[in-house]
Each structure stands twice: as C-alpha cells, then as structure tokens.
Design a binder for this molecule. Structure first.
Ligand SMILES: *[C@@H]1O[C@H](CO)[C@@H](O)[C@H](O)[C@H]1NC(C)=O
Ligand SMILES: *[C@@H]1O[C@H](CO)[C@@H](O)[C@H](O)[C@H]1NC(C)=O
Ligand SMILES: *[C@@H]1O[C@H](CO)[C@@H](O)[C@H](O)[C@H]1NC(C)=O
Ligand SMILES: *[C@@H]1O[C@H](CO)[C@@H](O)[C@H](O)[C@H]1NC(C)=O
Ligand SMILES: *[C@@H]1O[C@H](CO)[C@@H](O)[C@H](O)[C@H]1NC(C)=O
Ligand SMILES: *[C@@H]1O[C@H](CO)[C@@H](O)[C@H](O)[C@H]1NC(C)=O
Length: 406
C-alpha cells in the first residue's frame, strides 16, 4: 500500500484517461447469428426462498458473501461466438486475449447455493413484462450479458434487437417480453445523455431533473439502476439545481446524494410496489493500480489471469462513501428497492477486465497500443462471458423469488 497522497494523485491522474473509453460507446456491431444451447450450470441447488426485500439476505444467506470456484465444466454459461448480440468492446477472446480462465469461475455464496440459471424459466417470469437496465456502459454490459444468457433458447425469427436511442431493446416475441437498456450515466439528467455525443470532461449534471428519462421508465415492470464511474472523474463536479444558468461546483459525494434523492422521489411517487420491482447495483470496481494487489508493481489489470485471493481485498477506486450514500438512500425509501451488492465479489476479479483486448472509438486497439498497456488497458469494463454474468445469476435468484411461477 502506498500513502493516500500518492493514491489520490493516481486516482486523479488516471481516471480521466481511462474514462475516455466511456466516450465512444454504443457502437454496436452485431455479428452473425448462430444458435447454441446455453450450457447447464450443474450442481443441485434448489431455488432460493426467503429472500428479504430491501436487503441482500436470504434466509440468513448473503448471496454476495462467498468465493469464486473454478468450474470449467459449467462455465461459461454461453460461448462468446454463440451470442450475436455481444459488441466488440467486450469480446475479449475474439479480440485476441490469449487466456480464457476468466470465463470459468462460478460464484458460490458461503451459506447457500445460487439457483441453476434456467433461461426458459426466466423467460416465463418475464412473460408480458419489460426488464430494463438503466445506467452507463457498465450497465450496458450487464444488459448484453442478460440477453446472451437468454437468447439461445429462443428460435430464430422469434427474437429481435432494436435501437431506439437512448435505448436498446431485445424482444422475445413468443413471450411478449423485452430486455432493455436505457443510457443515463448519471441517472438524473445531464449533458451526457446523448447515447453517443457526450463528454466526460465537461460534465454538467442537473441534480433535480429526471423527468426526461423517467417518463420512459413509467410502467416498466422490473428496473435495475446503476451509476458510479461517471461521477468519479474529479472530486468536484459542475451541476445545477433549479435554474440551468446557475452552475455550481459540488463535491461529488454531495452531488451524488442529491441526484439519488431526486431518483428516490421519483421512485416513491411512481412505483407500484405490488406490480413493479426495483433493483440498484452497487458500484462496479476498477483495477487500475496493480500495486494494490502486488506490492511494488506499477501496472494495472493487464496480463492478470487469476482472481485476487485475499478475502478482504478492496480497491481504492471503490468509494465507501458513495456506497454508503446508496445504502442510506435505499434505507430511507418507503418502497423496497433491492441492493445488488456486487462490489466485493467483483473486487476479486482483477482478471475479468477487457484490458487491451477491446476497442477504442469503435476500433480495435492497434498492436502498437496493445504493447503499451499502461496507457491503453481498460480496467473498468468487463469481458463477456465473464463477471457480469454472475451479477445476472444473482439477479435471477431474486426474480425467481419475487415472481414465483405457478
Ligand atoms: C424460511 O425461513 C424460515 C425461518 O428461517 C424457515 O422456517 C422456513 O422453512 C423457510 N422457508 C422455506 C420455504 O425455506
Ligand atoms: C419491504 O420488505 C420487507 C421484507 O420483505 C417487508 O417486511 C416490508 O413490509 C416491505 N416494505 C414495504 C414498504 O413494502
Ligand atoms: C405485452 O406486454 C406489454 C407490457 O410489456 C403489455 O402492455 C401488453 O398488453 C402485452 N401484450 C399482450 C398481447 O399480452
Ligand atoms: C465548471 O465549469 C466552469 C466553467 O465552464 C469551468 O471553468 C470549471 O473548470 C468547471 N469545473 C469542473 C469541476 O469541471
Ligand atoms: C504475462 O505474465 C506472464 C506470467 O504470468 C509472463 O510470463 C508474461 O511475460 C507476461 N506477458 C506480458 C506481455 O507482460
Ligand atoms: C455490501 O457488501 C459489503 C462487502 O461485502 C459490505 O461491507 C456492505 O455492508 C454491504 N452493504 C450493504 C448495504 O449490505
């Protein structure tokens, strides 16, 4: 561990560069369709019961407290080439990543077992419903993962993908179900809401405005929210409350809290807890500084092929203050919102990022860029198949409980 002053400086100097990757998202290149069955997960887990709303405990079992188990027999749950909806940003194998062990880990809670992921069952749950992921490019990866987990059991011609910026919509026609992504990197309104034209450098967040987005969320049956990394470019952020002419600099933590209040007010006055179900994802960790897990080194997640073993590992990039704001906001809500507390389990996965096997501005990194991982490795986003599949398996466990099938 280095002294905080050094780490602060690094946070400040590295986040901006790495965030540049976030600027050119939404360049979906759909590859040729090809159908294969999702692999069976194995194990004999029973569906979970006794999930507690508003928290992460199930019958005394914390789904987020556990360990990664190497299980190449059942993981990954789908193959990179079998899912036509993956974008070049996340297809690390196709992009030249030499190792593949990162696809073979299964998350095992200490006190219980995750239910076996069953795409058909999930489609039954989603029958006549809309599932929407709302947030930034991390959420977009989770949305892609969910689509890939499900799509192989749907025959050709019975599924479709539409772009309707700032949304992307996957439909399973026979089930009248959709799995949707909505781009809103700050959840509230901002000058970064255009799905392609946005700049992290000149962020301006409207802390008390959400209606431009939220009117498109009305009536959605299941919503999964996430917002973190866009806030973290600098410790202060330009924002407005009320008049758009009155731009002020706010501490990021204050601004985040105010934005989540705006969101919470919308939730409380618009959500029918009997028919709608809301989730909030805790922050997705980054692995930008290898000295945090390998003393004396000065690199990042590049060439990491194995998870971190230290069960208490926590990276400097994961702000406990920001996590606390999410926790407090959810606790104060009159409506149950389930926290998907995925930060700790993802902290271990320094091996799961796209690193240099990804694109920048819609183009694969050149071999020259690849040979300079300290400048070009993306240690924010995740490969698929990979870690976000586990987030969705946990989400599936909650859905199975919240929407029991007859
Ligand atoms: C739920 O939890 C209670 C108390 O822990 C237990 O008695 C009950 O059997 C559980 N229900 C199911 C379906 O497992
Ligand atoms: C939230 O969920 C808990 C546990 O299931 C339940 O006891 C409580 O009544 C719920 N609160 C609301 C406001 O629905
Ligand atoms: C299809 O689902 C939508 C909600 O997503 C619902 O409004 C509509 O009534 C459903 N249509 C049929 C034919 O069930
Ligand atoms: C806020 O905006 C002003 C005016 O554009 C700019 O000078 C300042 O650097 C911005 N502050 C931050 C934190 O971006
Ligand atoms: C990656 O790490 C392995 C050891 O784990 C090492 O042999 C190899 O040289 C490294 N590759 C690069 C490009 O640094
Ligand atoms: C989320 O998980 C972390 C680490 O496992 C834990 O410290 C924290 O208390 C959890 N947060 C909530 C709100 O449950």
């Amino acid at each position: 561990m280095k002294p905080p002053s050094t780490s602060d400086r690094r946070v400040l100097s590295l986040f901006p560069f790495l965030l540049a990757y976030l600027l050119f998202i939404g360049t979906a290149r759909l590859v040729k369709e090809n159908f294969r069955l999702i692999k069976d997960q194995g194990g004999n887990a029973k569906p979970l019961s006794n999930l507690t709303n508003g928290g992460s405990l199930i019958d005394g079992c914390d789904l987020f407290d556990g360990k990664w188990v190497l299980d190449g027999g059942t993981r990954p749950l789908y193959e990179e080439e079998s899912c036509p909806y993956l974008t070049q940003q996340v297809t690390c194998g196709t992009n030249g990543r030499p190792d593949s062990l990162y696809q073979n880990w299964r998350w095992e809670p200490h006190a219980c077992k995750l239910p076996r992921f069953d795409a058909v069952k999930l489609l039954e749950i989603l029958r006549g419903k809309r599932l929407m992921f709302i947030g930034d490019s991390i959420q977009r990866t989770q949305w892609q993962s969910m689509v890939c987990l499900i799509q192989s059991v749907i025959p050709p011609g019975k599924k479709s993908m539409h772009r309707n910026p700032p949304m992307k919509i996957f439909r399973a026609e026979e089930f009248n179900a959709s799995i949707e992504f909505y781009w809103a990197p700050f959840i509230v309104e901002s000058n970064s809401d255009h799905f392609k034209k946005h700049s992290v450098l000149k962020r301006l967040v409207k802390l008390d405005s959400i209606s431009k987005h939220s009117r498109r969320w009305e009536g959605v049956d299941i919503m999964v929210f996430e917002s973190y990394v866009w806030w973290m470019y600098k410790p202060i952020i330009n924002a407005t409350i009320g008049s758009l002419d009155n731009v002020k600099e706010y501490d990021v933590t204050n601004a985040y809290e105010l934005a989540l209040k705006t969101w919470a007010n919308w939730i409380e006055s618009n959500i029918n807890p009997h028919t709608q179900k809301i989730f909030f994802m805790s922050l997705s960790p980054t692995h930008l500084w290898s000295w945090e897990w390998k003393a004396g080194s000065n690199e990042n997640c590049f060439n990491e092929s194995y998870p971190i073993q230290d069960p208490s590992y926590w990276g400097t990039g994961s702000s406990r203050d920001m996590m606390g704001i999410v926790r407090d906001t959810l606790q104060d809500l009159a409506i149950n919102v389930t926290l998907l507390n995925i930060t700790q389990l993802s902290e271990f996965r320094k091996d799961g990022h796209t690193s240099v096997y990804t694109e920048r501005r819609g183009k694969l990194l050149t071999s020259e860029q690849r040979s300079d991982p300290n400048s070009y490795a993306d240690c924010i986003h995740w490969c698929l198949p990979g870690v976000p599949d586990t987030w969705n398996e946990i989400l599936y466990a909650y859905l199975l409980h919240d929407f029991p099938l007859h």
